[in-house]
Design a protein around this ligand. Structure first.
Ligand code: FAD
Length: 458
């Protein structure tokens, strides 16, 4: 028997590990382990934790519809796997790889647990669209790409010549096993989690609101975007008052749809370049997370005690007095969503104009974003704080007022999220309020000085 552990791959098709399972012709025991650490600390049962559970419920339904068995268990992953190995005739443990520090640590423990029990372990790489291990530059091909544009060139070329299509194996083709009652009892979900999953399973797909909705079908979300909005994406993506982007991130990040399925659907559309480039940014950050030794530890360079807590709190609570910042933070706090351009604008404002170390903002987004992903969130914050590969130059600081005037001249977005300003004319609605906590001009000059010194001293 093969033990397959689901992680950020909450779907029933295009799972490279399943090609191997089918080829071995063995029965497989499929589990999804709800890890108390991730639910409490990383995903926090606020927005992205809810997204994960809604997709877990959807996954249970997909298995059920295919007449197969998925066992959703609760506990510390190595302890659960150890219990499963003790109660089932498992010969091999199989999963898809993840590269965050927590995932690396967890997988080391899983490997040690399996090896101690004499069980083989095989991990498959499936997060990125291309095989990033082949991405080195230089004559000896030992240097990682540090700048996005050459990376993108190589990436596009790779897709043309070496792309490996999505796997065709569907869960219905596997022989999934029952769980031994002792394991079902030992790793049962706490009642509130079990009730939440059951309620989601019973809810209608896409039904808005609350933690108990069922996640929508990501293939439909993608299909809707490709049919209706792709053609205007290049021009519309930064017009944050309109829903011009795909809103696919929260589904891709839990693996509810594979990035290969996304790419293959996109191939049918001639106007794909601008959107494809965004998928390349995703791979670029995954690449950095694997190759930049500092990617997960840049905060060690900061003196985190220098925080002006009043400024940070005002930013979190949408009280900065800069309308577009407060509108964007209000949307985030209310819905768990913020458009990409405004993520850049609010992050730059926090790290540069307010001189707040990036980990504070990075952590705040972690708790609030429904599409939170450790690698992409960190990549975005590092870019805005002028750190990491191909970061924004330290002297490039987006002016929130200009950004608002350029991308939403009528102030529609501010009026939507800050109704108290709705009466203001288009011309003045973007301007800082009387109580603004910083002057944009002087804080910009100061930030350039501070960052010049900071980056040169490292
Ligand atoms: P679309 O514009 O439709 O793009 C399609 C897909 O491409 C996205 O779903 C995503 O997978 C990828 N993508 C798009 N823009 C980027 C980008 N700038 N970087 C990397 N990949 C991208 N994205 C997350 O998924 N999770 C996060 O936690 C996250 N945190 C961020 C924090 C900051 C400070 C910044 C600046 C960006 C962050 N992003 C994050 C990237 C980006 O904002 C979102 O991926 C995007 O807004 C999702 O919307 P969409 O699915 O409609 O994207």
């Amino acid at each position: 028997m093969i033990l397959f552990v689901h992680r950020k791959d909450l779907r029933v098709d295009d799972l490279p590990a399943w090609d191997a399972i089918r080829a071995r012709g063995k029965q497989s025991l499929h589990v999804l382990i709800l890890d108390p650490f991730l639910l409490k600390r990383e995903r926090h049962l606020e927005h992205s934790g809810i997204n994960f559970l809604q997709h877990a419920a959807r996954l249970q339904k997909l298995y059920q519809a295919a007449g197969q068995r998925l066992h959703v268990l609760y506990g510390e992953p190595a302890a659960v796997v150890s219990g499963l190995l003790a109660s089932h005739p498992v010969e091999e443990l199989v999963f898809h790889e993840d590269f965050t520090p927590y995932a690396t640590h967890r997988d080391r423990q899983l490997r040690a647990t399996a090896e101690a029990a004499g069980v083989a372990v095989t991990a498959y790489d499936e997060q990125s669209l291309v095989d990033l291990r082949e991405f080195q530059r230089g004559s000896g091909r030992s240097e990682p790409y540090k700048v996005f544009t050459p990376f993108y060139r190589k990436w596009s070329d790779y897709l043309l010549h070496f792309y490996r299509p999505a796997s065709a194996v569907h869960v219905r083709e596997l022989a999934t096993a029952e769980l031994h009652p002792s394991a079902a009892e030992a790793f049962a979900l706490p009642p509130e989690l079990a009730a939440s999953l059951a309620a989601s399973r019973g809810a209608e797909a896409g039904h808005a609101g609350g933690s108990t909705a069922l996640a929508p079908d990501p293939h439909r979300v993608l299909g809707g975007f490709l049919a209706e909005r792709l053609r205007s994406y290049a021009d519309g993506r930064d017009r944050f008052a309109h829903e011009a982007t795909s809103r696919l991130s929260r589904h891709v990040n839990v693996g509810a749809i594979s990035v290969r399925a996304v790419y293959e659907a996109l191939l049918a559309h001639p106007q794909r370049e601008a959107w494809l480039r965004q998928l390349a940014w995703r791979d670029f950050y995954i690449y950095q997370a694997r190759l930049d030794a500092h990617f997960f530890t840049y905060e060690k360079r900061y003196d985190l005690s220098t925080l002006d807590n009043r400024h940070f709190q005002a930013w979190c609570e949408a009280r900065t007095g800069i309308p577009i910042i407060d509108a964007a933070m209000t949307e985030l706090n209310t819905t768990g969503w913020m458009p990409n351009r405004l993520r850049m604008v609010t992050a730059m404002f926090l790290t540069k104009n307010l001189l707040c170390p990036f980990p504070y903002g990075e952590q705040y987004f972690r708790y609030k974003l429904s599409d939170y992903d450790n690698t992409l969130n960190r990549g975005g914050w590092l870019w805005c704080a002028s750190l990491g590969f191909d970061a924004a130059p330290y002297f490039r600081i987006m002016n929130p007022v200009t950004q608002s005037e350029t991308h939403d001249p009528e102030g529609t977005y501010i009026r939507r999220w800050l109704p108290e300003l709705a009466h203001l004319p288009d011309k003045t609605i973007h301007r800082p309020q009387l109580h603004a906590i910083v002057d944009l001009k002087t804080s910009r000059t100061q930030a350039i000085d501070v960052y010049r010194g900071l980056l040169h001293s490292w």
